[in-house]
Design a binder for this molecule. Structure first.
Ligand code: PEP
Ligand code: MN
Length: 266
């Protein structure tokens, strides 16, 4: 059980420090599933920044179910993220899949994402624990809360105290109407068990863009510290996760009138 106050994770971005934690405004991370080309990543970055996001997300290395599906543009996508960071000043969050990519990824990422499929990859967890960048640790799709917290412990034990926990939906039995089941009950549970900041990802959590706004609002009502939302300029043309991606206009509406009614500052 948790002892003491909630800890905050402070991340320095070009636009200034961003604080994740219970006593701070909700931090919104938004962007496409994959970095596809310069125009789309820069346009998305501009739009999500204007709407109030503090971080741009986007995968360069993608953990796809099929080896024949788009795997991400790799190193060249990292360069495009660096461009978007320079243009907008947003912090960058991108996924690390392989310990050998840590050095190049660390040059552009302000926060290193460990994806659901790698939550149990202890070699990777030890490696990100032994470096300085903050880590966003997604919950494995079939991981218990204890397994998830122990995965975080690997990072903390290796010396890195800046860990954010991200719930992204767990696998249950419906695959037709929901991709995963977003487990919002982790919010009160984690509050009791850990001091680490909490992020909720309703995009992977539901798999369908029309479910994302309501679950984002529910997550805020339940007390999340931050949100991750997939946004793509043309979701129907996306190379990955189009069905769950909001358009920039739809994201504007969520960040404006829809979150305003909840009354917690974003
Ligand atoms: C992602 O954030 O694009 C992603 C692949 O997430 P997850 O690891 O939660 O599936
Ligand atoms: Mn995705």
């Amino acid at each position: 059980f948790r002892h003491g106050e909630a800890s905050e994770v402070v991340v320095n971005t070009p636009n200034g420090p961003v604080h994740f934690g219970e006593t701070h405004p909700i931090v919104v991370v938004a962007g496409p599933c994959s970095v596809e080309n310069e125009d789309m990543i820069v346009e998305t970055a501009r739009r999500v920044k204007a709407a109030g996001a503090k971080f741009l997300r986007g995968g360069a290395f993608k953990p796809r179910t099929s080896p024949y599906a788009f795997q991400g543009h790799g190193e060249s996508a990292l360069e495009l993220l660096a461009t978007a960071r320079e243009v907008t000043g947003l912090g960058i969050i991108t996924e690390l899949m392989d310990t050998s990519d840590l050095e190049i990824l660390g040059k552009v990422a302000d926060v290193i994402q460990i994806g659901a499929r790698n939550m149990h990859n202890f070699a990777l967890l030890k490696k990100v624990g032994a470096q300085d960048k903050p880590v966003l640790l997604k919950r494995g799709m079939s991981a218990t809360i204890e397994e998830w917290l122990m995965a975080a412990e690997y990072i903390l034990a290796a010396g890195n105290s800046r860990v954010i926990l991200c719930e992204r939906g767990i696998r249950t039995f419906d695959r037709q109407y929901t991709r995963n089941t977003l487990d919002l009950s982790v919010i009160p549970v984690l509050r009791k068990l850990t001091h680490l900041p909490i992020m909720i990802d309703p995009s992977h959590g539901t798999g369908w863009s029309d479910q994302v706004p309501s679950m984002a609002r529910a997550a805020i009502a339940a007390g999340t510290d931050s949100l991750m939302i997939e946004v793509h300029p043309t979701p129907n043309k996306a190379l990955s996760d189009g069905p769950q991606s909001l358009t920039p206009d739809r994201f504007d509406r969520l960040m404006g009138e829809e979150l305003a009614v909840i009354g917690k500052a974003v």
